[in-house]
Design a protein around this ligand. Structure first.
Ligand code: HPA
Length: 268
């Protein structure tokens, strides 16, 4: 139990969320559609790091989406904000302590695959951690889960199957692929992107991996969705920019929202 979960639980009055949702860049507005909501600023949650990235609102929103009880992180905390990697574990452990057995993580990402154009959505099948940091590198606490555990199915196959079925039902193309995480905050060099393609990456971004590591340790099921906002460095005529990421996210975000709602209906 985290201190933040204690703080939230006294006000929840038994309405426990089953699904945690982390909204990435360009997707924060989705939380405004959550009904019967109870909202907490991260600043009011003991131990929560502050969210400083642009367009990340920094609020935990509990309530209903498509009739499903969810706990939504409206905005995430990134390693490039200079936080202690271990602090990234606190929001995930809080979601788990609130009752979430499954976690949906979303992000904006650059594509290394010419077939995944900006605006595409990719279900994450697996990841490569090139952040050089791990949120679990800390003194062990048996309450958090095992210290040594497998990551073979960190992205839960049956949740991904539900996502594909939901996407097909609403006419959205959902790709599969491997997400590679770097610390950022700068975009990559073209040489790095060529190297990452050789390693087997389909998309690159600056988030998600620490959260999924903590969720896997906690035994949570995970669905990861990347929204491709740009071609990675060297794969398009122009270098990636924050404006391009923001603009594509603003247009593609609607599809991600429709998909998330359809997935929630299926996974309950
Ligand atoms: N690289 C890293 N992170 C990103 C990118 C990218 O090209 N696009 C969106 N987030």
């Amino acid at each position: 139990m985290t201190a933040a979960a204690d703080h939230v639980l006294v006000q929840l009055q038994g309405k426990q969320p089953r699904t945690g949702l982390i909204l990435g860049s360009g997707l924060n507005d989705l939380a405004d559609g959550i009904e019967d909501s109870l909202v907490f600023d991260y600043a009011d949650l003991p131990g929560f790091p502050a969210a400083t990235a642009p367009s990340h609102r920094g609020r935990l929103v509990l309530g209903e989406l498509e009739g499903r009880a969810i706990a939504c992180m409206q905005g995430r905390i990134h390693l490039y904000e200079g936080v202690d990697p271990a602090a990234l574990a606190i929001p995930i452990r809080t979601l788990k302590a609130l009752g979430c057995e499954q976690l949906i993580v979303t992000n904006a990402a650059g594509s290394l695959d010419p077939a995944k154009r900006p605006g595409s959505i990719m279900a994450i099948t697996d990841h490569i951690n090139l952040m050089g940091a791990n949120p679990l590198a800390a003194p062990p606490d048996d309450n958090d889960g095992p210290r040594f555990f497998p990551m073979n199915e960190a992205y839960t196959p049956d949740l991904r199957a539900h996502a594909h079925a939901a996407a097909a039902a609403i006419g959205i193309t959902l790709h599969d692929g491997v997400y590679l995480a770097v610390t950022g905050p700068n975009f990559e060099t073209p040489a790095e992107i060529r190297a990452f393609a050789t390693l087997g990456a389909d998309a690159v971004g600056m988030s998600t991996v620490p959260e999924v590591i903590v969720a896997a340790q906690a035994g949570m099921k995970v669905l990861g969705l990347s929204m491709v906002t740009n071609m990675a460095a060297g794969l398009a005529d122009d270098a990636p920019t924050a404006e391009e990421v923001r603009e594509t996210a603003a247009t593609a975000g609607g599809d991600v929202e429709r998909l998330l709602r359809a997935v929630l209906l299926r996974i309950g």
